[in-house]
Design a protein around this ligand. Structure first.
Ligand code: MF3
Ligand code: CO
Ligand code: CO
Length: 394
């Protein structure tokens, strides 16, 4: 049964047109009675998006993120593919980071199995699946495939970690992720997912998540999260880590370490019978103890043959997540912790989530399997993983 969902997660596309959500268009007209209805009306509905952008040209005010979307510089995402023009759109930037040009689309060889969004940017199975409401218990075969895929995803992320240093562009990190993924026989799941233009997310400093790899070079003192998802043997594996670029100030080191610990503490409670809503309690306790805040609008998610599905896993305290963990379930935990306020804003590109106060944000993510006795971290670090976190060195 289709139901309206209450999630504000921009990745929760169950009942609204994802493009309308990106454009922050009103729910009326962006909601559909069923997913079939949405699919059937797509060819006519999509003109709404272009119209919305055109009619909002020049009318933006600092307090209306939704209406300052149109600016020639940002039409790239609608019209020209993915070039960002040198002229920046009007936006009350929350911090010092700015968008840079995005390079052209990378190619995945035809012999690699593509997810259904690869061609036209629209996931078709995912939003219509019962698995948006029911948490799947994976079969032995599915679990075995997830182990393989998650291990590849880990190796791909480790390859990316090796090239992080001052002077490297986030687009270069994307190239490493893309090439390592296809070398392993996988498809980089983000590529063309709801039109996302790149093969991974790179989120620098005040970017919370979903940063688009671009021509900006990393600077000494930056922090950068690299989020990798691989599609291989029909299943997805999803993980991310936040890295230090050169010498980073102590407050940022504390933020990144605290975020790492939030994920570790959350994982430590995972076992059959535990309520999903407990995860947010553990994370909130540790983050607030350190004087940091927890992002609310983006959540962990079920994963498997679908990239994003039930359960929805908020990372903040006093959340209303439903259900208890059962052996055989697979999901991510991916807390985003902010140095300042918890609130996020979105850049006019429709993807980049930044902190409302421009202070820094860190994130770590694992894909997990609930076992009879506890948890298996499918994307766990390997003996070969680079030693980039001082607190892990004995
Ligand atoms: N990997 C992200 C997650 O953890 C999702 C990225 S979707 C993209 O859920 F389209 F932004 F790439
Ligand atoms: Co995820
Ligand atoms: Co991810």
């Amino acid at each position: 049964m289709w139901q309206p969902c209450a999630s504000s997660d921009p990745i929760c596309f169950v009942c609204r047109c994802p493009k309308c959500m990106e454009l922050k268009l009103p729910r009326e007209g962006a909601s559909f009675c069923t997913q079939d209805c949405f699919k059937a009306s797509w060819s006519s509905h999509k003109s709404v998006h272009l119209k919305a952008k055109l009619s909002s040209f020049g009318t933006g005010t600092p307090h209306e993120q939704n209406s300052d979307l149109l600016n020639e510089g940002w039409l790239y995402c609608l019209k020209k593919g993915q070039a960002r023009t040198p002229k920046l759109p009007h936006f009350d930037w929350t911090g010092t980071l700015r968008p840079y040009p995005i390079a052209g689309r990378r190619v995945v060889p035809a012999h690699i199995k593509h997810p259904d969004w690869a061609v036209d940017g629209i996931p078709k199975i995912e939003p219509n699946s019962d698995l948006q409401h029911v948490v799947e218990i994976k079969t032995v075969d599915q679990i075995e495939r997830m182990r393989e895929t998650c291990r590849i995803a880990r190796e791909v992320l480790d390859a990316a970690a090796h090239v992080v240093r001052p002077g490297v562009t986030t687009d270069e990190i994307d190239r490493v992720v893309h090439d390592a993924t296809i070398a392993a026989g996988g498809y980089p799941s983000p590529l063309n997912y709801h039109f996302f233009p790149k093969s991974c997310c790179t989120s620098v400093n005040e970017v919370i998540c979903h940063g688009i790899p671009d021509a900006r070079t990393l600077e000494d003192g930056d922090i950068v999260n690299v989020d990798v998802t691989v599609y291989y043997k029909g299943v997805h594996g999803d993980l991310n880590e936040t890295y230090f670029v050169g010498n980073v100030d102590e407050e940022s080191q504390r933020l990144v370490r605290c975020t790492y610990e939030c994920l570790e503490k959350a994982i430590s409670i995972v076992k059959p019978g535990v309520r999903f809503r407990e995860i947010g309690e553990v994370i909130n306790r540790h983050a607030s103890m350190s004087g940091f805040s927890v992002v609310k609008s983006i959540c962990g998610h079920g994963i498997g043959e679908l990239f994003h599905c039930a359960p929805n896993i908020p990372h903040y305290g006093r959340n209303k997540a439903v259900g208890v963990m059962k052996a055989g379930q697979t999901f991510t935990i991916e807390p985003m912790i902010n140095a300042g306020v918890w609130r996020d804003r979105m850049w006019p590109d429709g993807w980049t989530a930044v902190t409302a106060d421009g202070k820094r944000s860190a994130q770590f993510e694992h894909t997990l399997l609930v076992t009879q006795t506890g948890v298996e971290v499918l994307t766990a670090r390997l003996p070969s993983s680079p030693h980039v976190f001082p607190w892990l060195n004995a």
